[in-house]
Every structure is written in structure tokens, then in C-alpha cells.
Design a protein around this ligand. Sequence first.
Ligand code: NAP
Ligand code: MG
Length: 497
Amino acid sequence: MKEHTVSEANRTFLAKRQGLIIDGKSVPARSGETFDDIDPATGDILTTVASGGEADVDAAVAAARRAFENPSWRRMPPAARSKLMYRLADLIEDNAEELAILESLDNGKPVRLARAVEVEGSISAFRYFAGWPTKLTGETNPVAGRGGARVLNYTVHDPVGVVGQIIPWNFPMSQASGKVAPAIAAGCTVVLKPAEQTPLTALRLGELALEAGFPAGVLNVVTGFGEAGAALAAHDGVDKVSFTGSTEVGRAIVRASAGNLKRVSLELGGKSPNIVLPDADMETVAAEVADAIFFNQGQVCTAGSRLYVHRDCYDQVIEGVADIARRMKIGSGLNPDSQLGPLVSHEQRERVHAYVNGGREEGAEVVVGGGTPSGFDKGFFYEPTVLTHTDHSMRVVREEIFGPVVCAMPWDDVDDLVRKANDTIYGLAAGIWTSDLKKAHLIADGLQAGTVWINCYNFLDSASPFGGYKQSGWGRERGRYGVEQYTEVKSVWVNLG
Ligand code: NAP
Ligand code: MG
């Protein structure tokens, strides 16, 4: 198949100096500082991006506040807000090819994946949440007034206000859309801080939102480093912060938010157990559990990174996964044959490799992978890696690696298995593979995880809540919970005399 081609539209965009989007305009950082955005498949500079700091966050928050208070947004009929969101979804669809290639260049993921997950995910997020402005209803409550007074009591969902959203680099555009869409549906205004590694599709989203007709200041995009995110999390003018990323930064956000006790929601790391029972479909299960870890180069918060396979089928399944890993096509995201692109950055590859080496030192066996694939001296590629002889004392089993590395462990007893699956600070997701649905439900019942997949993995939909138990986060995104977290509930009492 032919390489995906970088279009004229892509070239024109990349040739620009990327500004921040504040109050409907593209502006340089107040400091004048910029940083280079790197193509992870080559290590070359893709484009230069404004490096926003505290002063830019101040300006963006002020713009978001003005937009929030402006009647043109605050009093916009809900159906008109929906219409703008549908229009934005249509614009993303119109520019789907350009956006998929841009995402692939910036993040490294294969174009096919960028198209299916980032672009389609964004379109469906805006279309799903576009339905919510007209459906965010309150309740009337059967209450009694003091002294027997006749009363009416009802609730309304007010938008929480100005929202700071900080996102990571693993799913740049779908994360941006998945956060922006529910906030806007609820009537909030947004300051979005994309990850320094992958700022480009968030900037395009900001441009497209203006093209769709959103008032200036409703969606502001401040690119930059962690300091910009920290300024946003600490800002007294921000009413809520929503963060996706590492558990460590999640803790920093909670601390920073304490000043004005802003609302906080967090979608953090994971170390998800993927459980194979001996009666699973042996024709397909190796491919499924391989995909659960290697999808998106393993840079997935829900990655099935702890693989528990029943001892009766352990050798067969592990051999199957190793075989798939050996045969995976590694290459640039622009090559349509690539199944595995580069990791996002040099640092990320170093981090992943340090984990694998640490695992080796602690006694893990590398069945396949464990280094840079041969012939890839440029870019940040890493081999799909299978570790065996691993146990819960090892860092590779306890900590999130965020790369294409799976730790396999056999199991015998189901109660012990569930205990092990829950023996983690995380609780984001889990997978169960079996033809016995009764057993699957019983295991699911015992798992501490925000999402449990039975005979599937990484299925996500805007209509289904997503989030973590334990240190995997606070709150749920998507679905009704996802939009309600951008609201304050107001209870109104009327004395009917
Ligand atoms: P990270 O540091 O948590 O970054 C996520 C976002 O937070 C980025 O936009 C980042 O900006 C920003 N940020 C950094 N420090 C901040 C602070 N003090 N206050 C507010 N915002 C801040 O993640 P990372 O360093 O890119 O990746 C490190 C590890 O985190 C990975 O290896 C992986 O284990 C985990 N991770 C998890 C997820 C997930 O979806 N759960 C996603 C990404 C990473 P900058 O990009 O400018 O630093
Ligand atoms: Mg980049």
C-alpha cells in the first residue's frame, strides 16, 4: 500500500508558528517563548509552538470568564448550543484526513488508528454530548415546608463555570474532545492545556470551534509545559479542573486546587489485569490479549498490562502472544502497513526501557522484545515485549510502564486470582476471557475496577461512564455522569403561602 501523504493543508498548518488560542485569536506567548514539537518517527522538528506560561493562563482564564458571563453564551438557548456542537462535529468530519495525518505525525500512532480513534472519537464525542444541553433536567421534589407551609422545590443544573482541562499525549485529539464536549454541553467555558509532546490537534480543534461559530473565549487553548498546567490548576479564577495523566501529577493537581477548593476530576494511571480462563476461545484469545497491551504502543491508561492466564492454557496463550509480538509490523505511522508506531518521545522510550531492564534485574524473563527494533536508529521505536516469571514484588508488575510491555503470570485458584487482580494501587479497568458467563460475572463482581470488559477489551463509548477506583482517579467521564460533573446542582424553594 502507498504511504499516507502529508497534504497541502497539513503543510500549510505546520509551516505556521503555532500560537495560543485566547479569546478567539491566535497569539504568541507573552514571554515570546516557543518550543519545538518533534515527530517521534524521525526525531525531526515538525513545527514550533508557543510556550504558554502563567501570564498566558491568566489571560485565557480572563477570556473564559468574560465568555462565560456574556449573555450570548450564558443565555444561549440549549438547542443553539447543541447546533454549534453538531457543526463542530461536521467540521471535524470534513477535515478528517488532515487531522488523522496531523495526529499521526505528532504522536506517532498509525494513521488508521488516528482516524478511527482520535478523529472518529472526537466526532462521536461532540455528537453525543450535543444531545445533552436540551436534556440536562432537574427534578421536582416531594418536600414539606417549615410549619406545614405549602412549597415547591426544584433543582437545576447550573454550569460550574470556567473549567481548566489538562490532557496527556497518548490520545491527544480524542482526549481534548472528550473533555471539551461535556463541559461545553453543560454551558461552561474552557481553557485547555494539551501535552507538550502533542499540541497540534488541540490547536486545530480550537480553530475549528471558532469556524463552527462558538463565541470567542468559550474554548481557549494554552500550549506549553507542565508549569502552564500547574498555573491552571492553582488559578483562583478556575472553578473546576479536569485532568488526565499520571497519578503523580494528579496528586499535584489536588494540592494546587486547594486554594479556592475548585472542583477536581481525575483520570489517572492504571495497571489493568487481563484474565484468561481455561475455557476462553483459544482461536482468538492470544490476539485479543496482545491487542489489549500493544494497542497504541501500549501507551494506554487501560492497557491490559498484567496478564493472568490459567495454568492449563498458560504456555499456549503466552506462545501465541509472543508469536504475534514477533510478527508485528513496526514503522512510521504514515506507513499503512505499520501496526506499531514509535513511542511518543525519547524520554518515554527511555522510561519504558528502564522498566524492562529493572524487570530483568529482578528476575523477569524477556520472552520477546526488550529493546529497540533493529534498523530503527532514528525515532523512538520500541519492540513489543513479553515478560514472564514476574510477580507482585516487582516494579514491572506494580507500576504503570505505559509502553508495549506485558507481564504474564499463571493462576490456579479463582479467589487467589481476584485477590491478585486487586493487589494494586490502581483500579481503572480489567478484562475477562471465558465462555462461561456466570464465572465472568462472579469475577467481575469481585474486581475493583471502573470498567470491566468481558470477552472484549478497550471498548469505549461516549454513552458509557469511564473512570477509576482507588488511585486511578476521581469521578467519571462520559455519559450522564460525564456531563453532570460540569454542573452545580441548585435546589430552589418557593413558599407557596
Ligand atoms: P503527566 O506529566 O501526567 O502529563 C499529563 C499532562 O499534565 C500534560 O499536559 C502535562 O504537561 C501536564 N502537567 C505536568 N505537570 C503538571 C503539573 N504540575 N500541574 C498541572 N499539569 C501538569 O504525564 P507524562 O509525564 O506525559 O507521562 C508520564 C507517565 O504518566 C507515563 O509514563 C504514564 O505512566 C503516565 N500517563 C498516564 C496517562 C493516562 O492516560 N492515565 C496519560 C499520560 C501519561 P506537559 O506535557 O507539558 O508536561
Ligand atoms: Mg510531537
